[in-house]
Design a protein around this ligand. Sequence first.
Ligand code: NCD
Ligand code: ZN
Ligand code: ZN
Length: 343
Amino acid sequence: QTIDGEGYTLLPSFIDMHTHLRDPGYTYKEDLETGQRAAIKGGYTTLCAMANTNPVCDNKEIIEYVINKSKKLNLCDVIQISSLTKNLDGNEIVDIDEMIKYTNLFSDDGKTVFDENIMKEALKLSQKYNFKILTHCDPEVDIVKSDLNLLESIGGNLHICHISLKETLRLIEEFKNKNVRFTCEVTPHHIFSYDLDYRVNPSIASIQDVNALIQGIKDGYIDVIGTDHAPHSKEDKTKGSPGISLIEVAFSMIYKVFKEKNISINKLSELMSYNPSQILNLNCGLIKEGYEGNLVLVDLDSAYYIDTNNFISKGKNNPFDGIKVYGEVKITVKRGRIIYDNR
Ligand code: NCD
Ligand code: ZN
Ligand code: ZN
């Protein structure tokens, strides 16, 4: 099959290291099918699904449920993350011997691991079993500082989720310049907007913070853009649930910022595909010599207005409804097969 890509740009498909699929337990917010259909519309073929489901993904039954249901759907490759502590309670680490058979990613995202002894033990285990810890840090600066200090003295495999502040970036720079090895993430919304009053963790920060993050991207201190796609129902939003549903417009939000700030499409591809592939030990773009590719064809000249009414995601919670963005996903290919076609 040939695709006429005249005028379009071909990139490796995107890999999201930070998605909330809400299945099991909160399927009124999102389920494995709607979340993955939204993702392929956004140009993603691999998702790392966070563990704050109900029940929490801290055991064999839940992780097998997600893995098996996703296999049957045959949409994205889903890497289900295990919670780091049982029931996200921050007190007791999950049965690593059991969960490591299914995943090499562990995260309490949605909650902060406050107990330093738990973090110390987790860092040691991450070396012994070779898994990665994805941390949610709130209060951001304090916890990032404490986690990085522990990492420096103990070692381990750490990835810091959704950093949003200039001061956090200073810490990232300081420790990376000392050759402490770890990776970090920013989300589309934390570079897209500033001073916005909308319930999301972390909060949308000031213009000084946003400019610092963008400079951090240019200087190579930010490794990954993860969406933190966090769908919620209207009712849950009124009750104060934090988060933004955005996976199907994430690329366009990011491209808009990169275009305006003169950051190359190569850099975008590095943060949305190549670096995640390296961190997760996956192939990027070409899967096998020949025609098996994970690819996305985008139209960089196209502009459109975000319209939550058109969202495939059940979550319509996106404060950028009606805002103009640039770059549109035309075709998503997974292992040589067109799984999304918007020509
Ligand atoms: C996330 C969610 O809704 O699960 N919410 C958010 O505001 N980002 C949790 C999280 O990523 O911390
Ligand atoms: Zn978080
Ligand atoms: Zn999250």
